[in-house]
Design a protein around this ligand. Structure first.
Ligand SMILES: C[S@@+](CC[C@H](N)C(=O)[O-])C[C@H]1O[C@@H](n2cnc3c(N)ncnc32)[C@H](O)[C@@H]1O
Length: 272
């Protein structure tokens, strides 16, 4: 991995439309966590495993190359614990935090040797504790505004040991426009869930419309809900990182630079 090259660019923080339009950030987070409550088990068995398998080499390269084995790593928005499982197996001491209690329950099963807490990424507090911090699979796109993104970055900055690395991936507009469309069907343990992603260029809000059909031999009412994400531009992300006092920021395209097939437009950031 080449050394850091590109200092962050200047600018002031700009407010973007909260999501869904008009909803307050706390209410949005409550709704987001509630949606993941319903979805956690299915998410864990399908998309979480799949992305972790495909992106593991990328995160190892970006995050762990200078974090000594045995040191402490923080997973922000850890979901169902797949990353914690992989990194504890590599010998790291992993702490995961997530706003969804259902995700944290699953994470404790997935990675029994890691430590987990239910927490809002906008409000956690550690001081210089971690030799690496990361947030995987577009999780920070759940931040409902650039102000919230900045709150998270500041918490991360404070929690990082000196010279330690923060890595995360976020989808750029190119990815939302080209891939947030269609209808996808998954079946797990007799449950069927359908995912219908859409993206609105004007508001830059992406939605996953999710419906879960009941058990085949034990019918339960179908549930349907939406999970929202916001598309941030690279300039907005870099600007928030600069305001949070990250001085070195590099970004890499998932497909072109890190070789993760089918993921052009997802950018991985490595920051100090
Ligand atoms: C797309 S999932 C990714 C989970 C995990 N990082 C992975 O790679 O599988 C996004 C996660 O972010 C969590 N999340 C969203 N907003 C959050 C917040 N403000 N604080 C903590 N967790 C949050 C959700 O509960 C969910 O588990």
């Amino acid at each position: 991995m080449p050394p850091f090259a590109d200092p962050t660019r200047g600018g002031t923080i700009s407010s973007v439309q909260p999501m869904p339009i008009g909803m307050q950030a706390d209410k949005y987070l409550t709704q987001c966590a509630a949606s993941y409550e319903a979805f956690a088990f299915l998410y864990s068995r399908t998309m979480a495993e799949d992305f972790c398998r495909r992106a593991l080499a990328g995160y190892r390269e970006l995050l762990l190359y200078d974090a000594p084995a045995g040191s402490m790593i923080l997973d922000v928005c850890c979901g169902s614990g797949q990353w914690a499982r992989e990194f504890t197996q590599l010998g790291y001491q992993v702490t995961g935090l997530d706003a969804s209690p259902a995700m944290i329950r699953l994470a404790r099963e997935t990675a029994p040797n890691a430590r987990f807490l239910v927490a809002d990424a906008r409000h956690f507090h550690f001081v210089k504790a971690f030799s690496g911090i990361f947030s995987a699979f577009n999780s920070l796109a759940h931040a409902s505004s650039t102000e919230d993104l900045l709150l998270i970055f500041r918490n991360v900055r404070q929690a990082l040991a000196r010279d330690a690395t923060f890595a995360f991936d976020l989808s750029m507009e190119e990815a939302y426009v080209s891939r947030w469309r269609g209808r996808f069907l998954f079946q797990v343990d007799g449950l069927t869930f359908t995912l219908e992603p859409t993206y609105d260029r004007t508001s830059r809000i992406a939605q996953n419309q999710i419906s879960i059909a009941g058990l085949v031999d034990e019918p339960a009412p179908a549930t349907a809900f939406r999970i929202y994400q916001h598309c941030y531009s690279e300039d907005e992300i870099r600007n928030a990182l600069r305001l949070a006092e990250f001085r070195q920021v590099e970004s890499f395209d998932a497909e072109d630079d890190l070789g993760i097939a089918g993921e052009r437009g997802r950018r991985f950031f490595r920051c100090r």
